[in-house]
Write a protein that binds this ligand. Structure first.
Ligand SMILES: [Fe+2]
Ligand SMILES: [Fe+2]
Length: 167
C-alpha cells in the first residue's frame, strides 16, 4: 500500500486527504449553520463546494489506496486498524490531555467517541469473519461442484468406451 512507503509524498497525500476531508465536513456544517441563520443561498454554496471537496479527497485516496491493491478483506482490515487506533490510542491520549486542561466537555466527547470507534471496529471485524466464512463456503461448493463435474466426465468416458466396445 502506498500509504506505508514512508515517502514525503505519501505523507503529503495523507495531509491533503485529511484537509479535503475536513473541508467537506466543515462546509456541510457551515451549510447547516447558514440555513439556520436563514441564508439559503450561502447554505447551498457550502453544500455544492462540500461535494467537490469529497471528490478531491477521493482523488487523494485513490493514490493512497490504489483500487487494484484492495480486496474486501483488505479494506475491512484497514477499517478495523483505524478504528482500533482511535479507540485504544488516540482518544485515550486526547482524553488524558483534555482532563489535564480541565476541558471536561472534550473529555466526555472523547470517551463517547472512543466507545463508538470500538463498536465500529467490532462491526467491521464481524463483517470480515462473515466474509471469510462465506468465501470458505463458496470454495467448498466450488470444490464439490468440480468433483461432481469430474465424476460426470469420468462416467461419460466409461459410457463412450463401453459403446465403442459394443460397436
Ligand atoms: Fe479542495
Ligand atoms: Fe468510527
Amino acid at each position: 500500500m502506498h500509504i506505508q512507503d514512508n515517502t514525503k509524498t505519501s505523507e503529503n497525500l495523507h495531509a491533503a486527504f485529511a484537509g479535503e476531508s475536513m473541508a467537506n465536513r466543515k462546509y456541510l456544517y457551515f451549510a447547516k449553520v447558514a440555513r439556520k441563520l436563514g441564508n439559503e443561498e450561502v447554505a447551498k454554496l457550502f453544500e455544492e463546494t462540500a461535494h467537490q471537496e469529497t471528490g478531491h479527497a477521493f482523488s487523494h485516496l485513490e493514490l493512497m489506496y490504489p483500487p487494484s491493491e484492495l480486496t474486501v478483506e483488505k479494506i475491512l482490515e484497514l477499517a478495523v486498524e483505524g478504528e482500533l487506533y482511535e479507540s485504544n490510542q488516540m482518544y485515550p491520549e486526547f482524553e488524558r490531555i483534555a482532563y489535564e486542561e480541565g476541558r471536561m466537555d472534550a473529555v466526555a466527547e472523547f470517551q463517547d467517541q472512543a466507545a463508538e470507534s470500538k463498536e465500529h471496529a467490532a462491526i467491521f471485524e464481524q463483517a470480515a469473519k462473515r466474509f471469510h466464512a462465506l468465501t470458505m463456503v463458496e470454495k467448498y461448493h466450488a470444490g464439490k461442484y468440480q468433483k461432481a463435474l469430474d465424476n460426470v466426465r469420468e462416467s461419460e468416458k466409461v459410457v463412450v468406451s463401453e459403446l465403442k466396445e459394443i460397436a
